[in-house]
Design a protein around this ligand. Structure first.
Ligand code: GTP
Ligand code: MG
Length: 653
């Protein structure tokens, strides 16, 4: 078990830890000179039965409350130290308020310096202290009266702590590993050592971790748990990790950083929380600047009210917060603790933070039961729930995630990494509207291969965000409820109807286009081959382009969807070859062998349909080619690239 001392300056915290463990934790010359703790102190003592009691000794001076906060975050038990002569003082109250805000619900009251006060005074101080403790959610504490220099009461206190350690078996760890680093130093011949309390999960020698928010990667080369060498350690234990940078890279860690499993490396600067303002503190004003303490980290930010008691914190730097983490807020002068609370959502949406739907979602996030919270979110969020984010925020491992997701009746759309959960009734409704819209388009435009994604989304009144809409379309394509022809979407078995005359003409043009592959003949050549006038040829091609048979890439050049798909894949391959994922028009021309002018037109066409985006002279790829153009054969064999589901299936009106 890890216990921390708390209490006003000079009340005998360090003397108590020294009397119990033999360790003087005031090691700094300045601490010695001033007779005052400045830094955190650490000491351990083995209990009968083998359990280790770890002590964190915190400074009591009001200037060092931030250090005190770093010391008590993650502890399981507090020793509330109170001098019998002084009685309760300002930091007695402030430290108790902090324990309360951090949710520490187990403490022992230790009345020190009993040699300096009469028995009646000691009894009076104890009564006062009990009422303060009760006010901080710590009623029914054991009380011990000690005089550290003489050793009075220490036996009984130690026996009490041994019983506590013996009865305190750590719960089976859950979630991925995370540890709040409160110290880091370099030992000669060993390297970087980071210490702190593990908040979740477990860690073993050789495992890889990330430093959050910095993002550096490291491997655990050595490990101590509760001050003893260990092969593994788990949540609730105080650990020392010897970290080695991976790939020979240097790793630096500062107090306040978190050492986390690589899956948890997701720092965030915008966090939705439920806050409780201390009774004696003024109410938080909208936009008020505050100091925010999380684990051993101190940062600054602003508070934005959502709907009391819920607030959004806009931090000046990202932190490694997850759902359920405790935070303590101190006012801008850093002179008093004003509020504290718990993280509801470490990844709130960028927009609409106070919309009714969002407030309902925040209400659902209050639930400690992940499955119940997810059910609430599914009910609140019409678009669905980003399941990867949800699992990350709740620190669910793959197994825990499957158990929670399995317990919730929902439809899962998209890939495992980008899964979207949606309530079954909602999905059924969305699916019906989507397919109904495609069918209506088939009825109204029998010559067309169907609407493209943009038209479809507009026709449905933009009922879902583009990414969500794309996931829905992908799901319908995968389940075969929709098929793709170039950029057009149609129901399976559907074929556009051309007039007999148009069909006959199309059947003559289609092989000419296919033969050209990625270099289809210009309109003039087609017209000559067909013995038509160029304007008549162009107007026919424009007409069938409307329906998705070809795409008008340039004035005199029409491409089949399969040729465009082949060019799109070439663009993606080129982008992949560059570290920055960008390619130039010249590179694209050289790769595809299409002419200079056509290259520009093709790339502009790709920009228009959302495949690429231009930034200066280079372009990057925004979507996978098959998302925009469907599947099609490779660039090397343009001869085979017939229009998918093309001419043979056409019906004659
Ligand atoms: N007479 C008497 N003196 C004590 C007792 N406990 C501590 N002291 C003395 O009180 C002074 C302060 O004790 P510390 O243990 O340094 O107090 P602290 O709470 O750690 O102070 P900070 O860390 O600065 O907050 C020292 O001179 C101690 O020797 C006690 O039970 N009786
Ligand atoms: Mg001290």
């Amino acid at each position: 078990v890890i216990v921390a001392t708390v209490g006003h300056v000079d009340h005998g915290k360090t003397a108590l830890v020294r009397a119990l463990t033999g360790v003087d934790t005031d090691r700094l010359p300045e601490e010695k000179a001033r007779g005052m703790s400045i830094e955190l102190g650490f000491a351990y003592r083995a209990a009968r039965g083998g359990a280790i009691v770890g002590f964190v000794d915190v400074p009591g001076h009001e200037r060092f409350v931030p250090t005190m906060l770093a010391g008590v975050s993650g502890i399981r038990h507090a020793l509330v130290v109170l001098a019998a002569d002084d009685g309760p003082m300002p930091q007695t109250r402030e430290h108790l308020a902090i324990l309360d805000l951090l949710g520490v619900r187990s403490a022992t009251l230790v009345i020190t310096k009993i040699d300096r006060a009469a028995a009646a005074r000691v009894a009076e101080v104890e009564a006062e202290a009990r009422s303060l403790l009760a006010g901080a959610g710590l009623s029914d504490c054991a009380v011990h009266r000690v005089c550290a220099p003489r050793g009075d009461g220490l036996e009984a206190l130690w026996t009490h702590l041994e019983a506590l350690a013996g009865g305190d078996s750590l719960p089976a760890p859950r979630g991925h590993f995370r540890l709040a680093a409160d110290r880091s130093f370099t030992l000669p011949g060993v390297g970087l050592v980071v210490t702190g309390i593990a908040f979740a999960g477990s860690i073993a020698l050789g495992e890889r971790v990330a430093v959050c928010p910095g993002g550096a990667r490291a491997r655990v080369r050595g490990l101590h748990a509760q001050n003893r060498p260990a092969r593994s350690a788990q949540a609730g234990e105080r650990c020392a990790l010897n970290l080695a940078g991976t790939e020979g890279r240097h790793v630096a860690v500062r107090r306040g950083d978190w050492i986390v499993a690589e899956a948890l490396n997701a720092p965030s600067a915008r966090i939705d929380v439920r806050l409780r303002t201390l009774r004696e503190a003024p109410a938080l004003r909208p936009g008020e600047r505050v100091h925010v303490h999380h684990g051993a980290k101190e940062t600054t930010g602003r508070v934005v009210p959502l709907q009391a008691p819920r607030f959004q914190l806009l931090l000046d730097e990202p932190i490694a917060a997850l759902w359920g983490d405790r935070l303590v807020l101190r006012d801008w002068s850093a002179r008093r603790t004003c509020a504290g609370g718990v993280v509801l959502d470490p990844f709130p949406p960028a927009r609409g933070r106070s919309r009714p739907q969002r407030l309902e979602a925040l209400g659902a996030l209050e639930s400690a039961d992940a499955a119940q919270a997810l059910r609430g979110l599914l009910a609140a969020q019409a678009e669905g729930v980003d399941l990867a984010r949800f699992a990350l925020a709740r620190n669910l491992t793959a197994r825990e995630r499957e158990r929670v997701f399995g317990a919730v009746g929902m439809v899962r759309l998209g890939t495992a990494e980008e899964a979207l959960g949606i309530a079954p009734a909602r999905w059924a409704g969305a699916r019906e509207r989507l397919l109904g819209c495609v069918e209506a388009s088939h009825r109204e435009h029998p010559e067309s291969w169907g609407p493209d994604e943009g038209e479809l989304r507009r026709a449905l009144g933009r009922e879902a965000a583009p990414a969500v809409f794309a996931t829905r379309i992908r799901t319908l394509l995968e389940e075969g409820a929709l098929e793709r022809h170039g950029t057009r979407l149609h129901r399976p078995g559907y074929r556009p109807v051309l007039s007999a005359q148009d069909l006959a003409l199309w059947q003559r043009i289609e092989p000419l286009l296919a033969a050209g592959g990625v270099r289809p003949p210009p309109v003039g050549h087609l017209a000559a081959t067909l013995e038509m006038t160029p304007p008549a040829t162009e107007s026919f091609l424009r007409r069938v382009a409307e329906f998705g048979f070809v795409a008008a890439v340039a004035d005199n050049r029409f491409y089949s969807p399969s040729a465009l798909a082949a060019l799109a894949r070439a663009a993606c391959a080129l982008a992949d070859e560059h570290d920055d994922g960008r390619f130039s028009a010249a590179e694209f021309r050289d790769r595809t062998g299409i002419g200079r002018n056509v290259t520009i037109k093709v790339l502009e066409y790709f920009d228009r349909c959302g495949l690429t985006r231009r930034a200066g002279e280079r372009r990057r790829v925004l979507a996978r080619p098959e998302q925009v153009f469907g599947e099609a054969p490779a660039l090397e064999s343009p001869r085979k690239s017939a229009v998918p589901g093309g001419a043979p299936g056409l019906q004659i009106r």
